[in-house]
Ligand binder design. Structure first.
Ligand code: PA5
Length: 428
């Protein structure tokens, strides 16, 4: 479903030694025996999803659509990027007076953003979905403090019928608050980390509320789960992607530039950066994930990619077919000199631009991985996200890294708490 192509430095990806290492990783993954294996709940999640779970989510999404014009999703990192990635990929670029909108908060700390958000939603019916696995993350907690007060001022007791909480089943400040106020609750499973949680209620509730087809999204994820679970190097695109990028890493290509010509995928790129950066970047190892959107960035970072320091590998996320397109037409005057493009659609242009860019960067010494996605719809996005998650697990295990923890994100938090004199941190 997702096809991988490669051109660049000669590779020795599938020597018998490497295949045997990959096979061990594969076996450990499916026997749930590798590092962090108590966080492998996402591995068979799509096929394990119950009818009852899906119905509950869809019913709640319908209820939200009935009671509100705007759903504000409050979360950060894995608690917002999955939903944001899917919604941005599927929604139209422009929508006049949308009936229903999903907006995000708590993904950063900006007073101007929160103030303007509260002004923007005034006069519209609002619901909130607060998402935090730990239930203690500062940025969403700050946003929720403001928005909860906004809701209570505006709706009084009815506010609690409009606030939905997705958090741990047993612990955390958010869980306690949700219980106290009687908010409807959804669970982030114990064995699924934030960046692997897009197919749980974390991602699915906002995606369903936004009006997208959960069955198709999960059908794609399920298909990926099935196809990518076999140790068949010739056909398993996730193992191919992981093995190629690891081989390049060992040759000194320590930065991966994920490039796409489809602007709707820019939050899939953000989600991918979090997934790979947080899963692999440990113990002074890992490929640094960056992203570019072409052709926009050919007019900025393109220079560096073509000609800068040679430690980059480039992976192109290529959409093969688009639903909507326009063709260049013959102009009488041809003042802009574009008549040679008459009859070429903009998607055709991009496919040619891909070939041209890929060849140029290849001759500039940048190895190229092509990730070919047939089209952008729920089914294929579901497939793609699962593909990236499983490939990420292989990638991290190839580096002998636990893909599922994030010890490095704690240090900055502790420093901020000390500086702000959070109770318990004053002495430090
Ligand atoms: O992938 C992860 O685990 C993190 O990025 C978390 O999703 C992020 O830090 C938010 O955490 P929480 O959901 O506990 O608020």
């Amino acid at each position: 479903m997702v096809n991988i192509t490669y051109s660049g430095q000669k590779q020795d990806v599938f020597s018998s030694e490497k295949v045997s290492n990959l096979q061990t990783i594969h076996e450990n993954l499916y026997k749930k025996q590798g590092a962090g294996s108590n966080f492998l709940g996402w591995l068979d999640w799509p096929s394990e999803l119950s009818e009852e779970f899906m119905t509950n989510l869809k019913d709640t999404a319908e209820q939200i659509q009935k009671q509100a014009d705007v759903l504000i999703v409050i979360g950060i990192g894995g608690s917002y990027l999955g939903a944001k990635a899917v919604i941005e990929a599927l929604k139209p670029h422009f929508e006049k007076n949308p009936n229903f909108e999903v907006l995000f908060a708590g993904q950063h700390v900006s007073g101007a953003y929160l103030k303007q958000l509260m002004e923007y939603i005034d006069g519209r019916e609002v619901a909130l979905n607060v998402i935090s696995k730990s239930g203690t993350t500062t940025e969403p907690a700050i946003a929720f403090r403001f928005l909860q007060r906004y809701m209570e001022d505006r709706y009084g007791e009815e506010a609690s019928d409009r606030i939905y909480v997705t958090t741990d089943e047993h612990k955390g400040a958010l869980l306690n608050l949700a219980k106290e106020k009687g908010y409807q609750r959804f669970v982030v499973p114990d064995d699924v980390g934030g960046r692997y949680s897009v197919f749980t209620a974390v991602g699915l509730l906002p995606i369903a509320a936004a009006g997208y087809n959960l069955n198709e999204l999960i059908r794609g994820a399920k298909q990926a789960e099935e196809e990518l679970s076999t140790f068949d190097i010739e056909n398993n695109s996730a193992i191919q992607y992981a093995a190629i990028r690891h081989d390049l890493y060992e040759q000194g290509f320590t930065n991966e530039v994920l490039a796409t010509f489809e602007p709707k995928l820019s939050y899939v790129q953000e989600w991918w950066k979090q997934l790979y950066g947080e899963s692999e970047g440990k113990e002074h190892k890992g490929i640094f994930p960056v992203s570019v959107t072409y052709t926009t960035d050919l007019h900025s970072l393109g220079q560096y990619i073509q000609d800068g320091k040679r430690d980059l590998l480039e992976s192109f996320l290529i959409v093969e077919e688009v639903d909507e397109d326009i063709e260049l037409f013959e102009a009488e005057q041809n003042a802009d000199g574009l008549n040679y493009l008459a009859g070429t659609s903009l998607h055709d242009f991009n496919l040619v631009a891909y070939k041209g860019t890929s060849n140029a960067h290849l001759s500039g010494g940048v190895p190229q991985i092509g990730i070919h996605l047939p089209k952008v719809d729920e089914y294929h996005i579901g497939y793609l996200l699962y593909f990236y998650m499983i490939a990420c697990a292989y990638s991290a295990y190839l580096l002998e890294i636990n893909p599922f923890n994030q010890p490095g994100v704690e240090e900055y938090k502790t420093n901020i708490f000390k500086l702000l004199k959070k109770p318990g941190y004053e002495a430090e």
